[in-house]
Design a binder for this molecule. Structure first.
Ligand code: SAH
Length: 351
């Protein structure tokens, strides 16, 4: 944060109400202002026209109102997917994506600026972690997109840059704020959190009583291959990770979604598919196959649609449910975190 004022969009309704009453305001102001912040997505205190000028001035002096304005918006000519680059108050930039589906729109948010997990195929982690995002900064990616498009957002996936369980408290607060009935009121069931597999974080999340979907980035069917792709695998074995996911399912009743990015000649053989099926056998789960999106810094290659289809068929032969992720915004996308990187390097060049 750039100053000491309280970040009002990260405050719960109870915290906001308490602070306002301490300032001598009536209790109902809490709900009224919370609604401006989270249901009407106000970009400034001046928009809150049913508050007196005096109160708006007092709010301005007391609080910081985080509002993200897009720096760049790329729009896919194929399917209307919109990729946003937002600048944060301290100058960092982050990416978010709006995807339009028949059943409603989905926003993919970043939970950190950069990432320190080091997954080999991922662009977000190449420069390491810049910092955690505040709850308001995660929310504002959604609100900023709503302000820009007027779109009704029904699903949110925490699958942009960053590892959400490495920014645990802010991400949980973000989810509670986004789903508060006095605010945006998104259904908790329509939120997916994707993790590289931080086991204590998964176990803690299971205790939160949040019926959100957990997506687990597996990407390999044996520990040795997984360690080559994902440094986090040196800390937790596949067995430990799957056991934590089993407990998550037992506790929440929410089916786990296992993500598997297919990299040519690394994890894409029939043998890999059979081993993956054996690992997940008997579980009520789903496998999401993602043909890897190659980044120029690494020489990983993607696989063809037919090869992905064959991998899927092998999984299905062994009773495992799988889908191949539909590629959205192929013409604008770049891999996760690439737009941010491109922007940062261009800024360095042009400064
Ligand atoms: N840190 C979280 C969420 C961010 S990434 C996680 O690891 O799950 C969201 C998903 O995209 C993860 O499954 C991640 O492994 C995958 N991913 C990242 N870069 C990719 C790329 N270049 N091609 C395919 N999938 C990628």
């Amino acid at each position: 944060m750039t100053n000491d004022k309280k970040d009002i969009r990260s405050m719960t309704l109870a915290e906001l109400t308490d602070t306002l009453t301490d300032m001598g305001e009536k209790k109902f102001r809490g709900k009224q202002i919370f609604s401006w912040l989270h249901s009407r997505h106000a970009a400034s205190f001046d928009e809150m026209t049913d508050l007196s000028r005096e109160l708006r001035k007092k709010l301005e002096e007391t609080f910081q109102l985080i509002t993200l304005i897009p720096v760049t918006v790329l729009v896919s000519e194929i399917d209307g997917t919109r990729k946003y680059l937002f600048r944060l108050p301290d100058g960092n930039v982050i990416e978010s994506v709006l995807m339009k589906y028949k059943h409603g729109s989905s926003v993919c948010v970043s939970s950190q600026a950069g990432c320190r997990m080091g997954c080999r195929f991922c662009a977000s982690t190449l420069d390491g972690l810049a910092r955690n995002l505040a709850p308001s900064e995660i929310l504002e990616q959604i609100y900023g997109i709503i302000r820009d498009t007027g779109e009704k957002v029904s699903n949110v996936v925490i699958m942009g840059s960053g590892e959400p369980l490495d920014n645990y408290d802010n991400v949980i607060r973000f989810i509670r704020l986004l789903t508060d009935e006095n605010g945006c009121h998104l259904s908790q069931r329509n939120i997916t959190l994707s993790t590289c597999g931080i086991v204590p974080g998964i176990r803690r999340l299971a205790e939160e009583d949040l019926p959100i979907t957990l997506a687990l980035s597996l990407h390999a069917s044996d520990d040795e291959s997984r360690r080559e792709l994902m440094p986090i695998a040196r800390k937790y074995s596949i067995r430990e990770v799957i056991s934590a996911c089993d407990d998550y399912f037992a506790r929440t009743g929410r089916r786990i979604s296992y993500e598997y990015s297919l990299v040519k000649d690394v994890n894409d053989s029939e043998e890999h598919a059979r081993r993956l099926a054996a690992l997940l056998r008997g579980r009520n789960c789903h496998v999401n196959l993602i043909p890897v999106n190659p980044i120029k810094e690494r020489n990983f290659r993607s696989i063809s649609r037919t090869e992905a289809q064959n991998f899927k068929l092998t999984l299905e032969k062994y009773g495992i449910n799988a889908t191949i992720r539909r590629e959205m915004g192929r013409d604008i996308q770049g891999a996760c975190g690439q737009l941010r990187r491109k922007f940062q390097s261009e800024e360095t060049v042009y400064q």
